[in-house]
Design a protein around this ligand. Sequence first.
Ligand code: CA
Length: 192
Amino acid sequence: MEQNTKKLLTKGLLQSEDLCQYILETSLYPREPEPLKELRHVTAGHPCARFATSPDAGQLMAMLLKLVNAKKTIEVGVFTGYSLLLTALTIPEDGKPENEGSFDFAFVDADKVNYWNYHERLMKLIKVGGLVVYDNTLRAGIVVMPDGLVPEFMKPGKQLTIELNKLLAADPRVQLSHASIGDGITICRRLY
Ligand code: CA
């Protein structure tokens, strides 16, 4: 991997390895449950470790789950994506879609090209007051980087993310917080 790209992906949004490390060592590692610690050590050696959800973002999500007292959750990942949401919203004989408004919490970390489709479906699946969290919404900071500096393989992702962020920000159905944690997460609370 090109040196610049590597730097982009390892320094995090803070652009300071020291500050990233400080947060992890001060507030995260001492409170990290043992099974998660082991999992982190196993995945750290994996070449795709950067795609794993960062532990500090995970810590925030653990708190959000508690705050909304989440009992019924859904995780939309790369391999589950659209089919999972279609299944969750199947329409039985009597015509009323199953599971509508029944989920408390959703985490979306899937194919970026479909994020808006997922959002439309989740706005039906999630109950009013429930949360949907989107991962990678700042994309290592490339959303504000001149195209010339963006590695070729990240260019499509840059445009998709910029489009998604505009659409989410303009969606009156949700209260929104765009947090610069991990690779950027957008927390949406369904309002109606
Ligand atoms: Ca991700």
